[in-house]
Design a protein around this ligand. Structure first.
Ligand SMILES: NC(=O)c1ccc[n+]([C@@H]2O[C@H](COP(=O)([O-])OP(=O)(O)OC[C@H]3O[C@@H](n4cnc5c(N)ncnc54)[C@H](OP(=O)(O)O)[C@@H]3O)[C@@H](O)[C@H]2O)c1
Length: 353
């Protein structure tokens, strides 16, 4: 009887403490092991009602560990992480045609035994033009061993600054901007959407200028924008713009790619590990939570969905367990004021014309 009372009290407290900001975006699914995990309803460019689980699994281990620019997550890591994630109760997986883990994600979700209809898979296509995007989409379906994608994004509004796609896409040849490539790729996504091969379409790394370009087509508005966002680097104006236009804001590198020092292959770490930041540790102690839970909760209280990457099953459970407490306004503000002069982990998409 006593323990039943404790459980009821816990349920009451956790429901009460879901922030009102977050509540605006949610419906509690109650279907995973972590029954407090909410989902957000995507508003634009969706077929019917599309609910996106707040917590996803990142599957790109980018880096220079071997000094060649190679990635240190391959299909083995993609498989193991996806399998463990689905076993832990996670239901969303963040993938891309550009990641070398996609085949592993497929074997992982199949091995889990979780029905495809209960899993939310995101994939992405670079700005490569209409025909190329349609072809890449066929490759994505084959690689992920599925006949539809829940959410398909344009990965970048052009080449990542500092990299050059080879061969240069036909839509870019002889042109100074990536506009044609973006527009053509968006039209390809719209085509796939109309064919119901994708349940929702959106973008990634798009700034306000890139989004306005899509708005001006007078067609579909993206459902999601996936952008780098963490206490070291947060574009609050972009977040505000997206939310005002019903574009769900999906952060990437929510932990500022915590192992970036590893992939830089150096013990000298130009950007200190956010998990060790004194303010984050102090707040974590106050709420009896881990640093990572504080960092993720800070995002969720702003209505942001996220996809931290981890191979560790205990970390997965931790990441799925951020819905039973609430940070005070003051603590939210302290986290928002953490900045670092070299804080951007990925190239700046605002440089892409
Ligand atoms: N759209 C884009 O252009 C774009 C760009 C970059 C990334 N992304 C997506 O965003 C995902 C996440 O970004 P990211 O991979 O750069 O890095 P991240 O998620 O910010 O950080 C990953 C690191 O955090 C650690 N971690 C995760 N959960 C933890 C926990 N509970 N406790 C302690 N440590 C924890 C992981 O280590 P352990 O394995 O030890 O847990 C790993 O070292 C990517 O995988 C990808 O899916 C998208």
């Amino acid at each position: 009887m006593f323990s039943l009372r404790i459980i009821l009290l816990g349920l009451f407290i956790s429901t009460f403490y879901l922030s009102s900001d977050a509540k605006k975006h949610t419906r509690t699914s109650g279907k995973t092991l972590h029954s407090q995990e909410p989902v957000v309803q995507l508003k634009n460019a969706v077929h019917g009602k599309v609910f996106m689980p707040v917590m996803g699994l990142g599957t790109k281990g980018a880096g220079l560990l071997d000094g060649t620019g190679g990635e240190y997550w391959g299909n083995e890591q993609g498989h193991n992480a996806t399998l463990a994630w689905l076993k832990a109760g996670g239901r969303r997986i963040d993938s891309s045609s550009d990641y070398i883990t996609q085949d592993g994600v497929a074997t992982g979700w199949i091995a889990s035994g979780v029905p495809r209809s209960k899993i939310f898979i995101t994939s992405k296509i670079m700005s490569i033009g209409y025909d190329e995007a349609l072809k890449t989409f066929d490759d994505i379906l084959a690689s992920l061993k599925t006949d539809y994608i829940d959410l398909l994004l344009i990965h970048w509004p052009g080449d990542k600054p500092g990299t050059v796609t080879k061969p240069v896409p036909a839509c870019k040849k002889d042109k100074s901007t990536w506009t044609d490539c973006r527009v053509q790729t968006w039209k390809a996504l719209e085509h796939l959407f109309k064919q119901k091969k994708v349940h929702a379409i959106g973008v990634s790394n798009f700034g306000v200028n890139h989004l306005l370009e899509i708005f001006n087509l007078n067609s579909l508005i993206p459902s999601v924008n996936q952008v780098e966002f963490h206490p070291y680097w947060h574009e609050d104006e972009l977040l505000d713009f997206c939310q005002k236009n019903n574009i769900t804001f999906n952060s990437y590198a929510p932990l500022a790619s915590a192992d970036h020092a590893t992939f830089l292959g150096t013990s000298w770490n130009p950007i200190p590990d956010l998990r060790q930041h004194p303010d984050v540790i102090r707040i974590a102690e106050k709420y009896h939570k881990s640093s990572v839970q504080i960092l993720l909760r800070w995002q969720w209280q702003q209505g942001i969905v996220m996809n931290p990457r981890t191979l560790n099953p205990a970390h997965m459970i931790e990441n799925l367990s951020i819905f039973d407490f609430k940070l005070s306004k003051q603590d939210m503000m302290i986290l928002s004021y953490i900045n670092h002069p070299m804080s951007k982990m990925f190239p700046d998409p605002r440089l892409i014309l």
